[in-house]
Design a protein around this ligand. Structure first.
Ligand code: FAD
Ligand code: NAD
Length: 465
């Protein structure tokens, strides 16, 4: 029987990063993946394919709406949707192949099969009807998540679809009805809106991206509305039915009056749920929460001391970089080190255009916690760089402690916000004050000048607004 110091079940950004870090630390490591390709949700049906389609559709949108103004004559630009999907598939294959290379490079044994616990130190791997058992001192569960739905919705995966199908359609919808105005609904909604679909977003809460700072929800909705997406916030979906190629969604509006939506596709994007099916947790007695998440302590350790869990399958934000941080952290813990993750400093990004990115506390949270804070904001339209590229929408908002000036949160909407938020994360890791950023030189002309100016605005001394 093969034996390992560590076995990782699941090869997403949590699992494969954990495996690499374990191998770097000299631990004999194996990884088990039930699908033929490594990389998990993120690489196969999540972050990477969605960003590939966002980038392709962004080019098309620019070509038909902005090229002329730039002095580029590109008449009769059309979409070859099959090629767009083929390119996305190529990006996915290349990225997954990169993980195979990394497994080889780090001498990690890869098992293609379904992993399940036989007992706390033995794992069965089943593939094509055959089962092999391996022995492992430690196991890291990194089995991720699956799309969730509403109890009355039948996901036929043809007309009533999840993000997985929405990333591989064979035609652009005429009318895409999106249930859930969160990250997936808005990113994929924007892809199809740009490609010419009518897109209606039905959101249960009074605002889209409801957990983010209110300024971001408001600004993003305004911008996407201008681009043609229709929003129905405060609407409670009560039924979804399909007849032939037509999907009918009924939702009660704020007054409780039923509103009918007819589309050719309905994307259900109301969140994701942890995935632990047939993992054999009952064979080892690993505890799960009421929401199906594996319970862990602050060391990502389950109630069974040699079994750890990370990523979407445990509590916290369902984000690839959060899963990867936990992957590194758990490997170091197993190797006897004392790493730490500050969950308040995991950034959240929505890759629409304008992009949305945030870290730390929202203004709503600070109010609720009774923290005394100051606000500084700066509009993108006041930047030379924004004018040059015609990306005038958005702003940076900085929240700093009223007495100490420590930055407590940063909320950005605008071009390149996703890349810019790293500055805030690093500043906050070092517990910087808004004055620290205000006094740091930012290259001109760049979008990051908006961060410096917003920090200056905390002290009422922004230069360009
Ligand atoms: P996963 O990536 O879900 O990987 C788990 C792996 O475990 C899977 O490959 C699964 O097949 C395997 N597995 C499960 N059970 C077993 C078993 N018993 N035996 C063997 N293998 C098993 N996050 C971001 O940060 N940025 C983004 O831009 C972003 N975009 C997204 C877009 C979409 C459309 C979706 C759906 C998600 C997106 N996410 C994004 C979220 C991100 O994909 C997840 O947070 C991340 O993949 C979680 O990583 P993980 O390693 O915990 O699990
Ligand atoms: P989400 O939690 O981001 O959004 C779900 C939305 O659906 C929420 O706004 C919620 O209020 C709404 N909702 C819930 N029940 C509803 C109902 N009955 N009717 C109408 N609306 C309802 O979830 P998601 O968009 O499905 O994404 C799943 C996960 O994947 C998220 O945790 C997210 O972090 C991750 N993800 C991240 C990125 C990114 O980082 N850019 C992109 C895509 C997905």
């Amino acid at each position: 029987m093969s034996t390992y110091d560590v076995t990782v079940i699941g090869s997403g950004p949590g699992g494969y990063v954990a495996a690499i870090r374990c191998a770097q630390l000299g631990l004999k490591t194996a990884i088990i993946e039930k699908y033929n390709t490594l990389g998990g949700t993120c690489l196969n049906v999540g972050c990477i394919p969605s960003k590939a389609l966002l980038d392709s559709s962004h080019h098309y949108h620019d070509a038909i709406h902005h090229f002329e103004k730039h002095g580029i004559d590109a008449k009769e630009v059309t979409v070859n949707f099959k090629q767009m999907i083929d390119r996305k598939n190529e990006v996915v294959s290349q990225t997954c192949a990169g993980i195979d290379f990394l497994m080889d490079k780090n001498k990690i044994t890869v098992y293609n099969g379904f992993g399940s616990f036989k007992d706390a130190t033995h794992i069965n791997i089943t593939s094509e009807g055959k089962t092999e058992t391996i022995e492992s001192k430690h196991t890291i569960i990194a089995t991720g998540s699956k799309p969730s739905s509403l109890p009355f919705i039948k996901l036929d995966k043809k007309r009533v679809i999840t993000s997985t199908e929405a990333l591989s359609l064979t035609e652009t919808p005429k009318h895409l009805v999106v249930i859930g105005g969160g990250v997936i609904g808005l990113e994929l909604g924007q892809v199809y809106n740009r490609l010419g679909s009518q897109v209606s977003v039905i959101e249960y809460m009074p605002k889209i991206i409801p957990t983010m700072d209110g300024m971001l929800s408001k600004e993003l909705q305004k911008s996407l509305k201008k681009q043609g997406i229709k929003f129905f916030t405060g609407h409670k979906v009560t039924s979804v039915t399909t007849k032939g190629n037509e999907v009918t969604v009924i939702a009660d509006n704020k007054k409780g009056v039923p509103v009918e939506f007819k589309g050719d596709y309905c994307l259900v994007s109301v969140g994701r749920k942890p995935y632990t099916d047939k993992l054999g947790l009952e064979n080892v007695g690993v505890k799960v929460t009421e929401r199906g998440q594996i319970e862990t302590n602050e060391h990502l350790q389950t109630n069974i001391s040699n079994i750890y869990a990370i990523g979407d399958v445990v509590e916290g934000a369902m984000l690839a970089h959060k899963a990867s941080e936990e992957g590194e952290c758990v490997a170091e813990i197993i190797a006897g080190q004392k790493p730490h993750i500050d969950y308040n400093l995991i950034p959240g990004v929505v890759y629409t255009w304008p992009e949305v990115a945030a870290v730390g506390k929202t203004e709503e949270q600070l109010k609720e916690e009774g923290v005394n804070y100051k606000v500084g904001s700066f509009p993108m339209r006041a930047l030379g760089r924004a004018r040059a590229s015609m990306d005038l929408e958005g702003q940076v908002k900085v929240l700093a402690h009223a007495e100490t000036d420590e930055i407590l949160g940063m909320h950005i909407i605008g071009a390149r916000a996703a890349d810019m938020i790293a500055e805030a994360v690093i500043a906050m890791e070092f517990r910087a004050s808004s004055e620290d950023i205000a006094r740091s030189s930012h290259a001109h002309p760049t979008f990051t000048e908006a961060i410096k100016e917003a920090c200056m605005a905390v002290d009422g001394r922004a230069i360009h607004s």
